[in-house]
Design a binder for this molecule. Structure first.
Ligand code: TXA
Ligand code: MG
Length: 320
C-alpha cells in the first residue's frame, strides 16, 4: 500500500527519482510525475491504464513560470490566467520543445494549470520541474476527491499519497483554449462558464469527444461507476424499480425519497447548493458503487452554473 502523509520533502524525493506521487488539488487528486522526464510520464499512462493518445495537464507553481514551457500567451487566455490562477482553470497554450511529446500526445498545445491547494503549491515551489498529473483514478473510473479514494484504487502501484483532505471544488478543471481568434471551452469544470465570460465575453463550448479531436481524452463514457447508472426523472425511475427485483440506489440533488432505504440514498446538497453538490458528486458516486445494489438511479441538476459541469459528468457516467 502507498504511504499516506503530508511531507512534501518525502514526496519530492520520490518525484526526483522518477516515481509517481498522488497530489491533492482543489479539483480532484492527481497522479503526478516529473513532466520533463519522459519515463515518469510513461509510467503515469501505465499506472492509470490510460491510452497514450490522451494528453496530460502540467501543473506549475506560478504564473511567472509559464514562459519556460509555452511559446506565447494569447491575450484572452492571459486575462483568464491573471484572474483565475491559481484555480480550477486549465489553458491550452503553444508548447515549447522542452515538453516531451508524450505529455501532449504529439499535439502542438500543452495543457497548463496553476492549482490552488496549499500542500501541492508548496510542493511545486520546491521542485525544479512541473508535474504532469491526470486525475488519480484508473482510466474511465470516477475521479478521486480524497486520499482514501486514491489508496483504494492505486495504492498498490505508487509509493506515496500526499494527503490534503477532501477536495474543495470536487470537479476537474475547466479546459480553455483558442482556435484562430475564438475562445473554446473543451471541458466544462470547476470554473463556471459565466465567470469566464464576465472577463473575456462570449466563448464557444466544444465539450464532446466525438467531434473533438482537440481533446481526445474527453471520451463519451467516463467518470463511470462499475454499476449501471441511469439518469432521468427520479420519481419515475424509482417507481419503475420499486416494482422490479433489482436492488437500487438513488442520487439526487436535494430530495429524499420515502420507501427507499436511506443507506442507499445520497443527496448531493440538502439545500440544493450546486457548489456543495459538486464537492460531493464523486464521493457519492463511489459510495453508491460500493453498496449492495445493482443499479444507481440519478437525476440531472438545474442547467445553471456548476450544474452544467455536473450534468456533463452524470451523462458520461450514464453512457456505458
Ligand atoms: O482538475 C484537473 O484538471 C485534474 C487535476 C489533477 O489537475 N486533472 C485532470 O486531468 O482532470 P485528466 O488527465 O484526467 O484530464 C485532462 C484532460 C484530458 O481529457 C485531456 O484530453 C485534456 O485534458 N488535455 C490535456 N492536454 C491536452 C492538449 N494538449 N490538448 C487538448 N486536450 C488536452
Ligand atoms: Mg481524468
Amino acid at each position: 500500500m502507498a504511504k499516506i502523509g503530508q511531507d512534501i520533502f518525502e514526496a519530492k524525493s520520490f518525484l526526483k527519482e522518477g516515481k509517481l506521487v498522488a497530489i491533492p488539488t482543489e479539483t480532484v487528486y492527481g497522479l503526478a510525475g516529473n513532466a520533463l522526464n519522459a519515463a515518469s510520464v510513461a509510467s503515469i499512462f501505465e499506472t492509470k491504464n490510460r491510452p497514450s493518445f490522451d494528453p496530460l495537464i502540467i501543473h506549475i507553481s506560478s504564473f511567472e513560470r509559464v514562459s519556460e514551457f509555452v511559446e506565447s500567451f494569447p491575450e484572452p487566455l492571459l486575462l483568464l490566467a491573471e484572474k483565475f490562477w491559481p484555480g480550477p482553470l486549465t489553458l491550452l497554450l503553444p508548447r515549447k520543445p522542452i515538453i516531451p511529446d508524450l505529455v501532449t500526445s504529439g499535439l502542438e498545445r500543452v495543457a497548463v494549470r496553476v492549482p490552488n491547494h496549499p500542500l501541492t503549491n508548496s510542493l511545486l515551489e520546491i521542485l525544479d520541474f512541473p508535474l504532469a498529473a491526470p486525475s488519480a483514478n484508473p482510466f474511465g473510473y470516477i475521479s478521486p476527491t480524497s486520499a482514501k479514494h486514491v489508496q483504494d484504487q492505486l495504492g498498490e502501484k505508487i509509493p506515496y499519497i500526499l494527503d490534503g483532505g477532501r477536495c474543495q471544488v470536487g470537479l476537474e478543471s475547466t479546459i480553455v483554449g483558442m482556435e484562430e481568434d475564438e475562445v473554446f471551452i473543451y471541458r466544462l469544470g470547476g470554473l463556471e462558464v459565466d465567470a469566464i465570460e464576465r472577463v473575456i465575453g462570449p466563448v464557444l463550448i466544444k465539450n464532446h469527444s466525438s467531434s473533438n479531436p482537440q481533446a481526445p481524452g474527453l471520451l463519451e463514457s467516463h467518470y463511470a461507476p462499475r454499476k449501471p447508472f441511469l439518469l432521468g426523472d427520479l420519481d419515475e425511475l424509482i417507481l419503475n424499480h420499486l416494482q422490479g427485483k433489482k436492488k437500487f440506489g438513488v442520487m439526487s440533488l436535494s430530495k429524499s425519497f420515502g420507501g427507499v432505504n436511506v443507506k442507499t440514498q445520497r443527496q448531493l446538497s440538502k439545500s440544493g447548493d450546486l457548489k456543495e453538490a459538486a464537492q460531493n458528486l464523486f464521493a457519492s458516486m463511489r459510495y453508491l458503487d460500493e453498496q449492495d445494489i445493482e443499479v444507481i438511479l440519478a437525476e440531472k441538476m438545474p442547467a445553471i452554473g456548476l450544474g452544467n459541469a455536473i450534468n456533463d459528468r452524470l451523462k458520461r457516467a450514464a453512457a456505458q
